[in-house]
Design a protein around this ligand. Structure first.
Ligand code: SF4
Length: 670
């Protein structure tokens, strides 16, 4: 408990809000935006077409997010494209005296970055009005205290300088959200909670058959924060409240902003239970190898280094374990997800991380999910996080998979189903079951839980079983302890699922996702003509694990035995997910195989996966095949990126074009 917060004065907002300032209409027509920036106030009763689909990338482009303090407010909407123009320049919004920002449909889509609403607040904005507002962006606004509304009639009242009742912004929200809005954000709400001034709705669900994730939530539901009480009899989808976390982690892209929030709002006091908090330096380790000169000239590399330094400084002050850069060579100790699974995650835990691929750790039967900056910062105070128990989707994979079909092929198959492509799995928990999943190693299961992010799910999970016990024993746990932890970490036979996706593994063949979206899956043998490749990349949290390296090397060994090496027109990069994976490779002689076949070996880091390391494309015409998890446009450079399994990536690197791997020394189809 952080004692000083018990005396901190926090109060609800006034019951009426006045917006002293101007309204900025983010119109489709760039000339209209320029006129507003020049001082003209538009008439809310006579609206011109507004920009739809304003993404968080447009509100705060990724390179702007190297800033992690109020400076962000100078850059808001720099990425906003109207027609062929970017009409808003640095400081325009801040200097314009705007307090309300208005746009059309799907405001805040795309990345979950909290820098976007934070930049809007730092530029002076107090209210966002749009026809509809994306869920995560809206939650980030609420957490930070930025009001939102879809009621355009408010604009005339605001323009007439009328006071607006706060109820206009809380109507239709659940009880917890309403109170967060009334308190002006998650932090003041949590301070009031710590002081016992908040009454939360009680979870009163009685005993019922539960899924594995529901069981874990029930064990972790906070019933009394001040008395440190957790656990309810049962939960069902829709139950809302806070759950106690076992592990909280963040990387250098997010930690500095959360640290600034903490220092500004809490001060120097120790965070709650620092031993269960971990920091990682993984995203930007190789950035200086690939940042273009014009971005360097803007000082962005220095800013990226500042992110790293701020994280180090906060970790040092707070006594938080930082898995940072390697001392003896360029690289990181590990990608966050790799190490959390490898060293820390245990069955039955609740784990939160500052990254959408946090579900990775669900491979050992825990509920692991990504959260925003304010949630991270608040969890340092309360050790819990707000949830609404999601609906559950079961993915049942029966049958026996062919030898060249992997967990990645399963995922590309799942992602192309109408159910997932239609958005029916969004924000739900995906539980992977069936004999083909039981047959997978923990590493391969992690490929599936990791890519719950691409499904759009809240998280992915696999129930604990004998494979989980063996994994934990290999990690150093006593067998009896591993068995105790796994006990009961599975779904009841009559647990309820919202839907079930059935897949027969024996009918699958190696798959690729064509450029643009992980949901563009086709079988490799459906390619109508050979697709020549320039780059083959094997790495990232999804595909830099021990078993992934086993797969690349299996293919390369067979190629060497046939007298083949990496195709002369292809650059092949193999990157470890952690130092432990490198050690696994050293012990098995893999490094020699990788060198002999002509692959470039890259030390652990996110690197090319986030356009920040060797393996990125540098022109639109380059074709890349990668074992990472997403291939959205521009994700890893301007080229055309195909996603595939480690087997397919390695076989294609040898062939020079996309082919599936044919095992047991049979030549790949070249
Ligand atoms: S490897 Fe890629 S997907 Fe994984 S955490 Fe790093 S940037 Fe994210």
């Amino acid at each position: 408990m952080i004692e000083s917060l018990l005396d901190r004065k926090v109060a609800k907002r006034q019951p009426k809000v006045r917006f002293d300032g101007r309204i900025l209409f983010l119109a489709e027509d760039p000339a209209l935006i320029r006129r507003q920036l020049d001082g003209e106030n538009l008439d809310p009763a006579n609206l011109s077409p507004l920009r739809n689909d304003i993404s968080t990338d447009e509100i705060t482009p990724a390179y702007i997010c190297y800033h992690f303090d109020e400076t962000l407010g100078e850059f808001v909407y720099l990425g906003l494209k109207c027609g062929e123009e970017f009409p808003i320049k640095r400081n325009d919004v801040k200097n314009g005296g705007f307090v309300v920002s208005v746009s059309g449909k799907r405001r805040g889509k795309g990345s979950s970055r909290e820098q976007s609403p934070y930049a809007e607040i730092a530029a002076g904005l107090k209210l966002v009005v749009a026809e509809n507002i994306e869920r995560i962006y809206k939650q980030n606004c609420q957490n930070l205290g930025l009001l939102t509304s879809t009621d355009f009639d408010l604009l005339k009242r605001i323009a007439a300088n009328e006071e607006i009742p706060l109820e206009e912004f809380t109507r239709g929200e659940d009880e917890i959200t309403r109170q967060i809005i009334e308190y002006g954000g998650l932090f003041p709400f949590n301070v009031a909670r710590l002081q016992g001034r908040i009454s939360l709705p009680k979870v009163s669900t009685t005993e019922r058959p539960m899924t594995v994730a529901e069981k874990i939530f029930a064990r972790h539901f906070v019933t009394d924060l001040s008395k440190d009480l957790v656990g309810v009899e049962a939960v069902k989808p829709g139950d809302a409240g806070f759950v106690r976390t076992d592990i909280r982690f963040s990387h250098e892209y997010v930690t500095p902003m959360a640290a600034i929030f903490y220092e500004q709002l809490v001060g120097e006091e120790p965070i709650n239970d620092p031993a269960s908090v971990y920091f990682f330096q993984d995203h930007l380790t190789f950035l200086d190898d690939v940042m273009p000169p014009e971005r360097r000239a803007m000082g962005l590399l220095d800013l990226a280094h500042q992110l790293v330094r701020k994280q180090e400084e906060f970790a040092g002050k707070q006594g938080i374990r930082l898995h940072g850069a390697l001392k003896d060579r360029k690289g990181s100790e590990a990608i966050c997800h790799s190490l959390i699974l490898q060293n820390y995650a245990l069955p039955g835990q609740v784990i939160i991380g500052s990254d959408s691929h946090t579900p990775h750790a669900g491979a050992v039967g825990c509920v692991a999910f990504g959260v925003g900056t304010t949630d991270v910062f608040n969890s340092w105070i309360t050790k819990d996080v707000r949830v609404r128990v999601p609906e559950q989707v079961r993915v049942r994979i029966s049958g026996r998979r062919p030898e060249n079909v992997t967990a990645k092929d399963f995922m590309l198959g799942i992602l192309r189903t109408d159910f997932v492509r239609g958005g029916d799995a969004i924000a739900k928990i995906v539980e992977y079951t069936g004999e083909a999943v039981a047959d997978l190693s923990i590493d391969e299961r992690a490929t599936m839980t990791n890519m719950a992010a691409e499904v759009g799910a809240f998280t992915g999970i696999v129930a604990a079983d004998q494979k989980t016990v063996e994994f934990l024993v290999e990690r150093g746990l006593e067998k009896s302890e591993a068995e105790r932890l796994c006990e009961g970490i599975w779904s009841d036979p009559d647990a309820k699922y919202d839907s079930t996706i059935e897949i027969n593994a024996s009918e699958l063949r190696p798959m690729i996702a064509t450029p643009g979206d992980p949901g563009n899956g086709i079988f490799v043998d459906e390619l109508r003509e050979p697709v020549k490749i320039d780059i083959a990349y094997g790495g990232s949290c999804t595909a830099g694990k021990k078993e992934d390296l086993d797969m690349y090397v299996r293919v390369f060994r067979e190629a060497l035995a046939r007298g083949q090496r990496i195709h002369p027109d292809v650059q092949c990069f193999i990157q470890f997910g952690s130092v432990e994976v490198r050690k696994h490779c050293e012990e098995r002689g893999y490094l020699e195989v990788l060198r002999d076949v002509g692959a470039s070996i890259i030390e652990p880091s996110c690197g090319a996966c986030i356009n920040a390391g060797p393996g990125v494309s540098t022109s639109k015409t380059q074709v890349v095949i990668s074992a990472q998890n997403r291939n959205f446009p521009g994700r890893s450079g301007p080229g055309q990126m195909y996603l595939a399994s480690p087997y397919t990536v390695a076989a294609s690197a040898i062939a020079g074009h996309i082919v599936e791997y044919r095992p047991a020394s049979a030549a790949s189809r070249i």
